[in-house]
Write a protein that binds this ligand. Sequence first.
Ligand SMILES: C[S@@+](CC[C@H](N)C(=O)[O-])C[C@H]1O[C@@H](n2cnc3c(N)ncnc32)[C@H](O)[C@@H]1O
Length: 281
Amino acid sequence: MLDISDVEFTTLRDLVRERFGIWYDDQKRFLLLSRLSTRVAKRGFETFGAYVRFLKDGPRREEEWTDLASVLSNNETYFFRERAQLKALAAGILDEFLKRSPRVRLWSAACSSGEEAFSLAMTLIETGKIPDAMLSIRATDISPRVLDLAEKGYYRALSFRATEPPMLHRWFRAQGDGFAIDDRVKKLVSFGRLNLLDGARVAAEGPFDAIFCRNVLIYFDKPTQKRVVESFAKALRPGGYLFLGHAESLFHLTDLYEPIIGPDAIVYRLKAEGMKLGVTA
Ligand SMILES: C[S@@+](CC[C@H](N)C(=O)[O-])C[C@H]1O[C@@H](n2cnc3c(N)ncnc32)[C@H](O)[C@@H]1O
């Protein structure tokens, strides 16, 4: 692999953090460089240093940054991941939303190839408590590559590792060596590109009853995590919910939310101060 000086490496990882929030500490130096080495060659640079200078000031750097969003992130996902949270949503939290309004809006805020957003749609349809016309799910990610996959709604075996067979048969049709999502589920979800670091865009996406931002904060450093979860407060209705991945928590990060501890899942509810942040019902 091409070599890189310590100063160039520091510049590179700071640029990546500024753009995407993704933090590569010293232990992840090799991971970052190995993920980028193909790009360096593809772009025709002979040294990492030249590539870093191009990312910083090059005239056509924006195109490269768009591609890097897909190269530098982990896109691992599957249907019905962290099922206990989905059960909590379907069992009690949905009723809270429906008391406030018959219309429910959810956001899968780092949706990868769409499995999380479609799992939300299937879970809520299955409750029988809400008509399709009253449910909408926004799903966004920074990577154009995974968003293309999400728009297709076509999945292979690995995406179904936690899917119960009746759900697979009910909501997918076999096609080639994979499965296509049912149109009824597909039409409840609208996909788009969004960087979670763009606080103005985050606020403008709202208001939502709940935001699912699972298994992405773990790649951010603490200040970025804080910034992102605090910007979500501007996109949630008062009393709205934030769902994080099981390895993520708001502990020592912000007190804008109160943890609701269930038997198998922890979720976070926006405190009343959310209203002071300009959120309207
Ligand atoms: C591991 S996947 C998680 C997918 C899904 N939420 C789940 O839990 O199964 C993380 C996703 O976060 C996206 N991501 C990383 N940085 C991001 C950013 N700054 N803004 C928006 N999405 C980002 C990646 O592209 C990737 O698709």
